[in-house]
Structures are given as structure tokens and as C-alpha cells.
Design a protein around this ligand. Structure first.
Ligand SMILES: C[S@@+](CC[C@H](N)C(=O)[O-])C[C@H]1O[C@@H](n2cnc3c(N)ncnc32)[C@H](O)[C@@H]1O
Length: 255
């Protein structure tokens, strides 16, 4: 699968995936919510927690920081951050009430509170300059990236940090071929093991295509810079299949 050039990537992704994004994903995540965490442990061959710890380890914390976890799902990021620093104020936003219900129960079981908002992250329902840190893990492939990253920039305080983690397009074509074959097998296996419903099963092809049309680590860094972020840094794992990015909102807008 040859992705279109960076300049037209968003328009092509939107054209190709708009129906899935607007009509099907909510039903997919309603279906997978009860087994989402277990399925990811299986699909990642047990690397799920290692990857999460690696991502959280890139985030600099101190008590009192206001954090927004975008596309929070079952609150893996919020819970992990509160385990490291209980003095944070963590808010989650996600369009799936089912995923957030699982996330709320997970947080409550650990005596944690994560304020939840159910809504679409393309228009964040928060005023400008609110958060010290915004996180986004495993979801950008399903989003109009430039729009959401701009919204994140808007709600970050000047000097605040955006931390991002997702599956990326590896630089090597042979790694990409193996990666896509692995994803296809994984989706078939977890779909069977966890008895996924028809909507989730029908989206198997989309999940592989969404990675194929997504950004490489370097491309994502370019997008972040184009949107006005500074001090952009990226670290990749597993031959470029997974990437952690961090980027700051400038203290001085002319920076
Ligand atoms: C693969 S899950 C990732 C969840 C979580 N961040 C994690 O690390 O496990 C993707 C999440 O993105 C959410 N999502 C997808 N599109 C969204 C949108 N437009 N607005 C809000 N949430 C969205 C889904 O509901 C789902 O919970």
C-alpha cells in the first residue's frame, strides 16, 4: 500500500475512512470494550504493559499538573500516570461511553478519580490554555490528525507538553509487509478468541489499512512542527512500528 504524499495525506485518509470513522468505530469500541485490554495483551504478545510503561516513562510529572487524556478508552494512561503521581488532576475524553465505563470501573477499583467527558475529540469542549499535559495513545489512526493535534495545541497551556504514542508506518517496506501480515493474523485470532461481533469483524481490513495510510515517525514530527509545536522529539520501537512523540506548545507564540 503506497500512502499518498504528506501534503494530501489527511484529505485522502478522510475520504477513504470517513464512513468507518463516523458510522462504525463507535459500534466497534462498544463491542470490544469488555475485552479490549485482554485482547491487546494477546495481540501484542504480552508487550502491552511494557509499551505503556515505556510511553508513560517519557512523561515528566509533578504534583498538581492538569492532564487531559484524549481518546482515553479504558483509562490505561490516566491510571498509569496516577500510579506514578497521585497528586495529578486527570481528565479523560472519549466518544465511547462503553470504553469509559470500563475505564471508570478500573480507576475506582484503584481508588482513583478520573473526570470523564464523552465527546468527539475533533472539537475539544475545553477553553484555551487549560492543560499542562495532553496525552494521546493508540488512537490517532482513527482521527483527522491535523485537526485534533491543533485542538490539543489550543487547550495546552503555553509551555505545556503533548505526548503521543501510536502504531506508525515503518520506514522499511519489508518490515511493513511482515507487520501487516502479523496484524491480519492477530485480528483474526483475537476476533475468534473474544467472539467479536459482526461490526468489529467487518472492520478487520480497515484496521490494517489505517496503519498503512498513517504517518511514519519522521512524517508525524513534521506535522507537529507544521502545526506550531516546538521541541519535537520522537523515539521508535520494534523497527519503527511503534513511536512515542513529544512536542511543546511554545511559551512565546513567536518562538
Ligand atoms: C484503540 S482505543 C485507545 C484507547 C486508549 N487511549 C488506550 O491507550 O488504550 C481508541 C479509542 O479512541 C476512541 N475514539 C476514536 N475516535 C474518536 C473520536 N473521534 N472522538 C473521541 N474518541 C474517539 C475510541 O472510542 C477508543 O476508545
Amino acid at each position: 500500500m503506497n500512502p499518498p504524499p504528506l501534503a494530501t495525506r489527511e484529505a485522502v485518509r478522510e475520504q477513504r475512512f470517513n464512513t468507518v470513522w463516523t458510522r462504525e468505530l463507535d459500534r466497534v469500541f462498544a463491542d470490544v470494550a469488555p475485552y479490549y485490554d485482554r485482547a491487546n495483551h494477546v495481540a501484542s504478545l504480552g508487550l502491552w504493559n511494557w509499551l505503556l510503561r515505556g510511553f508513560l516513562g517519557t512523561i515528566a510529572l509533578r504534583p498538581g499538573l492538569r492532564i487531559l487524556d484524549v481518546c482515553a478508552g479504558t483509562n490505561a494512561v490516566g491510571i498509569g500516570l496516577l500510579e506514578r503521581e497521585p497528586g495529578l488532576a486527570v481528565r479523560a475524553i472519549d466518544r465511547s461511553a462503553e470504553m469509559q465505563n470500563v475505564g471508570r470501573r478500573r480507576a475506582e477499583a484503584k481508588d482513583m478519580h478520573i473526570e470523564s467527558t464523552i465527546g468527539d475529540v475533533h472539537e475539544l469542549p475545553f477553553p484555551d490554555n487549560q492543560f499542562d499535559i495532553v496525552t494521546l495513545q493508540w488512537a490517532s489512526r482513527h482521527l483527522r490528525v491535523r485537526r485534533v493535534f491543533s485542538e490539543i495545541h489550543r487547550v495546552l497551556k503555553p509551555g505545556g507538553w503533548f505526548y503521543h504514542c501510536d502504531m506508525l508506518r515503518p520506514a522499511s517496506r519489508s518490515v511493513e509487509t511482515v507487520y501487516h501480515a502479523y496484524l491480519r493474523c492477530c485480528l483474526a485470532f483475537t476476533g475468534f478468541l473474544f467472539r467479536s461481533g459482526p461490526v468489529a469483524l467487518n472492520c478487520k481490513k480497515y484496521f490494517v489499512e489505517a496503519v498503512g495510510m498513517f504517518y511514519s515517525a519522521d512524517e508525524l514530527s513534521t506535522v507537529l512542527r507544521e502545526l506550531g509545536y516546538v521541541d519535537v522529539g520522537a523515539r521508535t520501537h520494534l523497527a519503527g512500528m511503534i513511536g512515542y512523540h513529544r512536542a511543546a506548545k511554545p511559551v512565546n507564540p513567536l518562538q
